[in-house]
Design a protein around this ligand. Sequence first.
Ligand code: PXP
Length: 235
Amino acid sequence: MRLSVNVDHVATLRNARGGDFPCPVAAAHLCMAEGADGITVHLREARRHIRDRDLERIAAEVDCRLNFEMAATEEMVALAEKLRPPACCIVPEKRAELTTEGGLDVRNAGPFLAAAISRLSAAGIEVSLFVEPEAAALDAARALGAQAVELHTGRYADGHPGELARLQAAAAHGVGLGLHCHAGHGLTYDNTGAIAAIPDIIEVSIGHFLISTSIFEGLPTAIRRMKSIIAASRG
Ligand code: PXP
């Protein structure tokens, strides 16, 4: 299972003082040096944390599987076509939200989502859709031509009963459809092991917890601890 580290909140800290420190590009290098398998960044429409230059520099300078998390807008699709990261994860985006609040409404998405998936795929990018762990959403993702889905683990992380089973069933359904299954949102040392134990899930994307806990224990320790939790659960 790959660990993709989301470094958005390094940029949040940097932006709090308007300077260059801490630098998300340097954090991405460090995560990779400590054993992360990839880096995720979400360039939001309002550029709340990651900025265009951060994304361009990570794409150019950091030897990693870059996952560019983005809304399905003309601006973001054009940028992805220019940068050609290995992977893009399409997410819903609302201006006022604190973080991505739910999965994409794939079944009711307008025609632009299908066009975005086909343009990104034509650029050689693996396209993943961030969805709720529901069979219907995965069926719709497959029908639209996505190669992967990222299953939203937010309700699981919030402790809702039955969510782990829903994630297991969704991942099995996704693999049956030929989709690569990823997972993310709200994952921590305490709840990632059970996700890593689901063999159908091949990547987790973790941001807020890893960057936050690194205040107390350092980023290298945080990455290594999370990697060892994943390895132990994977068996
Ligand atoms: N996956 C997606 C699609 C997200 O939007 C986010 C939040 O930016 C994450 C994973 C990471 O979530 P967290 O920061 O809670 O680990």
